[in-house]
Design a protein around this ligand. Sequence first.
Ligand code: GDP
Ligand code: IMO
Ligand code: MG
Length: 427
Amino acid sequence: MKNNLVIVGTQWGDEGKGKITDFLAQRADVVVRYQGGNNAGHTINFDGKKFALQSIPSGIFTPHIVNVIANGVVFNPKAALAELEGLEERGVKDYQLYISNRAQVIMPYHMDLDGASESLKGDKKIGTTKKGIGPCYADKANRIGIRVGDLLDKEYFKERLQDALVVKNMELKMYGLPTYEFEPLYEEYLALGERFKKHICDTSVLLNKLIQEGKKVLYEGAQGVMLCLDHGTYPFVTSSSPTAASVPLNTGIAPKYIDNVLGIAKAYTTRVGEGPFPTELDGELANTIRERGHEYGTVTHRPRRVGWLDAVVLKNAVRVSGVDNFSLMLFDVLTGIKEIKICKAYELNGEIIDYIPAQLSDFKKCKPVYETVPGWDEDITNVKSFDELPENAKNYIRKIEEITGGQIAIFSVGPDRTQTIELKKIF
Ligand code: GDP
Ligand code: IMO
Ligand code: MG
């Protein structure tokens, strides 16, 4: 059995990564968040309880699991503290959490600038979560970011924050926003650093040690491949890469350790935020799917855009992220729909293509080429095996496998941990 499994969203996020991470975490030793920040919202349901995690890894509920927030994450200490306090209030007290000293800190000015940049773009906005993700990654690349480890070094943090504020206050002024005074910000973030001190370490050293010991590690992606900064629908993307390829860089382990990738895919497609979406539906059917799947943003509560399953998107994830197996999620939501469509290719300027064109202007023009399959009426929320599925539901799974060339190892028929059926043990 392979020990290092990456869990990757294959669409535009919210595929059910949290649910599957929690499910597989029952047999893991380590769960690692490797990119993104509190723009993520990972929902987990078990024992009649529901949790929505943002920056905390989905292994937090299992005391023996080592949870890691790796160097590729943008970490908002204030938000994470509130999240942890919320978990503790609900009885999640016995946990192990390590935060990379190399992770970037999301500062309040990052959130201000995220909002300001969105307003300036007007109807060309990205539709970000306004959590400061883009501005924080931009500062990382621009080498004026604050790292988590900096918060533990009074003198060095002072210098870094002073230098950053020169630039950040200039930007804030440009947008007509209030600027930040050094002292209160310095004191507040120094105190936050102190609060997290016991969790902060070199997580690359820690992870490599755990891998050497033969521990079972889950790498929990946030967002999805179509939101990847490099391989997504740029510029309507997030500011990091959720692909499996980003795991080694963003965690400080060697690429050779990544030998198993599970792609999480909804049985249909959703998207929050702006940007092209070829299989998007509107009208009654869209509303039915949205209501049945509770398709409202976990973080921003925005109604999610919904559409048919897009197999071109899934094939893209297989290609750029090396997906070995899929987990098909929210399968139950399709019950009762007479005819279900799967997009198997696009028509672009009279040509049939089965990849995502790089140019957004081309992607906007792509018309889905559908295959239509009959639906089913039977409630599937209690099925425990493939054999118990109605024939048309079985055929839907087979059809997806045929079109994508991938294998469905898991399918999910409800939000609860128990509503998960494994066709193949991959971890
Ligand atoms: P993530 O960001 O990929 O972890 O996904 P989210 O938690 O943002 O969104 C997935 C939503 O679908 C959550 O509300 C889950 O509780 C819910 N969910 C997950 N799997 C299933 C399923 O098989 N059926 C139904 N009905 N809901 C599910
Ligand atoms: P999880 O991990 C769905 C989207 C935003 C916006 C774009 C950029 O729960 O799947 P950002 O705030 O990252 O700069 O926004 O990315 N987005 C998500 N959509 N699920 C997420 O996370 C998302 N994180 C960011 O809606 O379109
Ligand atoms: Mg989500």
